[in-house]
Design a protein. Structure first.
Length: 202
């Protein structure tokens, strides 16, 4: 990658789907070798997938990398197109294939997911905007996020998604979304006990 930069073939490079320790290792190795380090990381990140906040986001911030989240709408779940207890059909990602990867109906259709969708819908209705705009605004304004990767299938979806750039949620809105989407890690090492142990060791 350093050679590509020096030869003018690319300006920068980034990583995708790395864990926190892998990201840190790459950055430190690049510094040790005196070569160009990555400038960005592409992780899956949305109101439905927040576990990267435990290790990956802090590692990216420590290394000075900007995040470029993919699947910020949770594979369409956060747009309001799916309904509880109503298996998807028709021309949607899950309508075409309900068992589709990590977005699969049975895997993702948990009580937590529906709680998040309900919270997004309440805020969208109160503000007179789409659910997609609310979900995209939330992820785009998260710490370390430099930009967001959109995956619109139609021009209408793209135009709706782009409107999210002008939407900034209130502290009350963000708190409601954070509470509904909190992945609630076990007590250790990411939960309350882990935080307590780390504070004592300092």
């Amino acid at each position: 990658m350093d050679g590509f930069i020096r030869s003018g073939k690319i300006r920068y490079y980034g990583l995708s789907n790395f864990t926190g320790w892998q990201l840190t290792k790459v950055v430190h190795l690049a510094r040790e070798l005196g070569v160009a380090a990555p400038v960005t990381l592409q992780p899956q990140y949305s109101l439905l997938v927040r576990e990267i906040e435990w290790e990956i986001v802090p590692a990216a911030q420590d290394a000075g990398l900007g995040l470029l989240p993919w699947s910020p709408l949770g594979g369409g779940w956060l747009t309001g197109k799916y309904r509880r207890d109503q298996r998807p059909t028709g021309a949607t990602r899950l309508g075409d294939n309900p068992e589709r990867g990590m977005e699969a109906w049975e895997r993702r259709g948990t009580d937590r997911t529906w709680d998040v969708i309900d919270a997004v819908q309440r805020i969208a209705e109160a503000r007179g905007v789409s659910m997609a705009e609310v979900a995209l605004s939330w992820v785009t304004d998260r710490p370390a996020v430099a930009s967001t990767i959109l995956g619109a299938r139609t021009l209408d979806q793209l135009e709706t998604n782009l409107r999210a750039a002008d939407l900034h949620l209130s502290a009350e809105d963000i708190s409601a979304l954070d509470d509904a989407s909190d992945p609630r890690p076990p007590d250790y090492p990411y939960g309350v006990l882990g935080v307590d142990q780390r504070s004592r060791s300092h």
